[in-house]
Design a protein around this ligand. Structure first.
Ligand code: NAD
Length: 497
């Protein structure tokens, strides 16, 4: 089986800082097409000196450039130009993204890139509505609270939805007047390099910079740099711990969007067909690689056997294959080590006493790409490793429960707390469950619905802080309290006599 490349990517990818490429200085890293396992490009890693230059460019653009002080109207116009630049290049961007991630091209064009463009409109509209506060608690005084951009934002992105997730950070940081240094995942640098090139053409020099390379090299140098004022991170929980500790040394504020092991709770009172569709979408979309996946499917015992049988039958029929084929429902996993890790959980589930209902094997018939069969396992209890650890692949762990209290107990019995899903047509059941769940987001009778004005983020090891309209405004701005008397005030005259 030989899958065609979505696009011929540039043979070498570098960072982009100030008026040109970064100086690199680090290793050369291979970029692979996950559908074939073939190397398709080479990434030039930025070492600590290259990172320092990128931060210096962002610093200069913040301290002396026009961007932070630009009026809202002008900044909105630039954000609108950024949106258009992405929209006009959707096909190329989607193909570059497909080449490094293996995500299905149809989804990249119709969802990820459209969303990436919309992120700029969303934040442009948000700043058009932003207002300060005024207080007159004490007569003769007016106190105002205004917001200012914080400075240089380090934006660190993962590989599972590189452009869609990174543009949320870029658009937010820019909209509130900051300058940025973006570090994409070293596995998936292609589309973001082109996005940055397109956006740089619309922005004053130095406002948006790109550095590339591995996390512990390029990422660590960026986070530890004293010229960085903010760190916005999306990625794994362990990486989050490392970054937060490093940022803490400089007292740099961070926001952490981390992993999940979200419960998808299916009550007998749910429309079972819709719950089944929702559960399948919740775990198998985006090639199964998403933080908000409903990866622990909890099913009420009275409908457990029927639901599980149908879920496994549908999972086995999912069309796995070429990311360029519109009919494909599940493409390859992002990398060979990741594929091996996901597959290892089938064995881990068996060792813990569970059973594999479907999948758990590589799809060798599809060639050397990182394809696996959609997988569903029955766990013996929520303590099983496949019910506790984030697997981050097309791998569903299914467990039974008895009633609301049991569902809530199991759902909350995890170190994570990003999202929960509830399926029921019985309002008291929904409300009794919703009010007890410990997760930052609850989706009722819907698989995924991201309202950008609302906060998104997790409890416990799923994150610190939130992303979303007002949450981003709070993170990407500093509040300044200014108090002014209306009439001159009488002052104590120290040392006058
Ligand atoms: P990762 O933590 O391995 O890497 C994420 C980014 O951090 C990459 O750019 C990486 O190079 C960088 N990095 C790694 N070590 C670093 C260090 N020491 N200093 C600075 N940067 C460093 O995560 P991943 O494997 O790319 O992504 C998958 C993870 O991301 C999953 O756990 C998933 O749940 C999570 N995720 C969370 C959300 C959310 O919104 N909560 C969204 C998407 C993905």
């Amino acid at each position: 089986m030989r899958f065609e490349l979505p696009i011929t990517p540039p043979s070498r990818v570098t960072g982009l800082s100030g008026a040109g490429p970064t100086r690199g200085g680090g290793r050369e890293l291979p970029v692979y097409y996950p559908a074939t396992g073939a190397q398709i490009s080479t990434l030039v890693e930025d070492d600590a000196d290259a990172v320092a230059l990128a931060v210096a460019n962002a610093r200069a653009a913040f301290d002396t450039g026009p961007w932070p002080a630009l009026g809202t109207e002008k900044r909105m116009a630039v954000l609108e130009a950024c949106r258009k630049a992405i929209l006009e290049n959707i096909d190329e961007l989607a193909r570059l993204e497909c080449a490094a991630t293996g995500l299905v091209l149809r989804e990249l064009k119709s969802r990820h890139m459209v969303r990436a463009a919309y992120n700029f409109r969303f934040f442009a509209e948000f700043i058009s509505q932003s207002a300060g506060q005024t207080y007159t608690q004490t007569e003769n005084y007016v106190t105002t609270v205004t917001r200012r951009p914080v400075g240089v934002a380090a934006l660190i992105a993962p590989w599972n939805a590189p452009v869609a997730l990174a543009t949320m950070k870029i658009a937010a940081a820019l909209a509130f007047g900051n300058t940025c240094v973006l570090k994409p995942s070293e596995q998936t640098p292609l589309a973001l390099a082109r996005v940055v090139e397109l956006l740089q053409a619309e922005l004053p020099e130095g406002v948006l910079n790109l550095v590339n390379g591995r996390g512990p090299v390029t990422g660590a140098a960026l986070v530890a740099h004293e010229g960085v004022d903010l760190v916005s991170f999306t990625g794994g929980t362990e990486t989050g711990r490392t970054i937060m500790s490093a940022a803490g040394r400089n007292l740099t504020p961070t926001t952490m969007e981390l992993g999940g092991k979200s419960a998808n709770i299916i009550f007998a009172s749910a429309d079972q067909d819709r719950a089944l569709d929702g559960a399948l979408q919740g775990i198998f979309s985006n090639n199964g690689q998403q933080c908000l996946a409903g990866s622990r499917i909890l099913v009420e015992r009275s409908v457990f056997d029927d639901f599980t049988e149908e879920f496994a039958a549908r999972a086995a029929r999912i069309k796995v294959g070429d990311p360029l084929d519109d009919a494909t429902e599940l493409g390859p996993l992002a990398s060979a080590p990741h594929m091996e890790r996901v597959l290892s959980f089938a064995q881990i589930a068996r060792e813990d006493g569970g059973s594999v209902l479907t999948g758990g094997t590589r799809r060798d018939d599809l060639g050397r790409g990182y394809f696996i069969a959609p997988t569903a396992v029955l766990a013996t209890s929520n303590a099983d490793r496949c019910a506790q650890q984030e697997i981050f692949g097309p791998f569903a762990t299914i467990l039974p429960f008895d009633g609301v209290e049991d569902a809530v107990r199991i759902a909350n019995d995890t170190n994570f707390g990003l999202v929960s899903y509830i399926w029921s047509d019985h309002l008291p059941t929904v409300m009794q469950t919703q009010t007890q769940l410990r997760s930052g987001v609850v989706w009722v009778n819907t698989p995924m619905m991201r309202e950008l004005r609302a906060p998104f983020g997790g409890f416990k090891s799923s994150g610190v802080g939130r992303e979303g309209g007002a949450a981003c405004e709070a993170f990407y701005t500093e509040e300044v309290t200014t108090t002014t008397p209306i009439h001159p005030v009488s002052l104590r005259r120290f040392g006058a006599e």
